[in-house]
Ligand binder design. Structure first.
Ligand code: NAD
Ligand code: AHE
Ligand code: ZN
Length: 369
């Protein structure tokens, strides 16, 4: 079949809207009509050439929602007509990682996924006879995509696609990092670095679990109002304070935060986030994705004296089990999504979504097909 898609032919070049050839689902695979897809900073990071796994040409996009249109042989967990979210963190429920109960990072298809291929080592997308890579196992910047069954979360039929798609990455990542990874307790002091599409979801997650002080840190003053909208109690612009940001935050939290979150991808900020934690127990969670080649550092004394440095992928959420629950939380009014969707675009306008993100003028742009 044919599908309209935004293709990343080269790094650092705008996406091109073209008609691709798409092979149908093979055994264990599912054809999904994508109805809506968000644009996450990770898409921009890969397009800009910062991803050590970045491949071109490819169909980017990993924050989608849509409808199952066809299933391959042996697929039993979804059927045509089901409303679904494609998962970049699948859940096979059989691999060592899934069975461990200790992580959401299913390893069943990670090797081929990182090479932009389906589990059988081939691609379903092609353009004028040339193979086009998949991206993060999702490729949601295409009106139709094929994904493995283990990477499909079935969601309720009454959830609007435009909001539900954001649960495919940003909402689940931010809220999940608070609830699953850090397990923030009521009354805690929390510091969130970077108040974008992820950081604001960390803030609403912290509000949900009853955090006390929720301090937002961003170099863009426009984010103050955004943070307050979702539960932030204090805002700090590191460029506008006298002296060191870490000392400032330690003073503001009476010795350091109980939990901090990096949602910037900047390795210097990751260090500040760790060092702004309370001696003895503070936990810092790295969510931001750093550019290829960047490394983090701190004095080991920071860890010796009880601070804990950890990371979170997809908010620690088990793809097929937890993503539908996040959609339920939205539908039941426990969390908000709609105000964060600042721009709705057509596929032809998708590059505008990247421009708005880079200019700090959007929280989430969503493309509706
Ligand atoms: P975004 O562009 O919407 O937001 C980033 C925010 O960080 C902006 O508000 C920006 O002003 C702020 N910022 C930049 N530099 C800063 C600094 N030095 N100090 C303080 N604030 C600063 O991006 P997003 O979509 O929210 O993504 C945030 C990060 O999370 C990216 O690195 C993205 O790749 C990553 N991410 C990780 C996961 C995961 O599973 N771990 C999932 C989604 C996104
Ligand atoms: N490919 C990069 C790493 C990118 C990365 O860390 N991705 C996050 C999700 S970001 C979503 O917006 C993730 O879940 N990683 C786990 C995984 O298995 O990829 C690199 O550095 O090579
Ligand atoms: Zn993402």
């Amino acid at each position: 079949m044919k599908t309209r898609a935004a293709v990343a032919f080269e790094a650092k070049k705008p996406l091109e809207i073209v008609e691709l050839d798409l092979e149908g689902p093979k055994a264990g695979e599912v054809l999904i009509e994508i109805i809506a897809t968000g644009i996450c900073h990770t898409d921009a990071y890969t397009l800009d050439g910062f991803d050590s796994e970045g491949l071109f040409p490819s169909v980017l996009g990993h924050e989608g929602a849509g409808i199952v249109r066809e299933i391959g042989a042996g697929v039993t967990s979804v059927k045509p007509g089901d409303h679904v979210i494609p998962l970049y963190t699948p859940e096979c429920r059989q691999c060592k990682s899934c069975l461990s109960g200790k992580t959401n990072l299913c390893t069943a298809i990670r090797a081929t996924q990182g090479k932009g291929l389906m589990p059988d080592g081939t691609t379903r997308f092609s353009y004028k006879g040339q193979a086009i890579h998949h991206y993060m196992g999702c490729s949601t910047f295409s009106n139709f995509t094929v994904v493995p069954e283990i990477a499909v979360a079935k969601i309720r039929q009454d959830a609007p696609f435009k909001s539900a798609c954001y649960c495919g990455c940003g909402v689940t990542t931010g809220v999940g990092a608070v609830v699953n990874t850090a397990k923030v307790t009521p009354g805690s002091n929390v510091v969130v670095f970077g108040l974008g599409g992820i950081g604001l979801n960390v803030i609403q997650g912290a509000r949900l679990v009853g955090a006390d002080k929720i301090i937002g840190v961003d170099i863009n003053n426009d984010k103050k109002e955004w943070g307050e909208r979702f539960g932030m109690t204090h805002f700090v612009n590191p460029k506008e304070i006298d002296g060191d940001i870490v000392a400032h935050l330690v003073a503001l939290t009476d010795g350091g935060a109980d939990y901090t979150f990096d949602c910037t991808g900047n390795t210097m900020v990751m260090r500040q986030a760790l060092e702004a934690c309370h001696r003895g127990w503070g936990v810092s969670v790295v969510i931001g994705v750093a550019e290829s080649g960047k490394e983090i550092s701190t004095r080991p004394f920071q860890l010796v004296t009880g601070r804990v440095w950890k990371g979170s992928a997809f908010g620690g959420a088990r793809g097929r089990t937890d993503t539908p629950k996040i959609v339920d939380w939205y539908m039941n009014g426990k969390i908000e999504i709609d105000p964060m969707i600042t721009h709705t675009l057509t596929l032809e306008e998708i590059n505008k979504g990247f421009d708005l993100m880079h200019a700090g003028q959007s929280i989430r742009s969503v493309v509706v097909f």
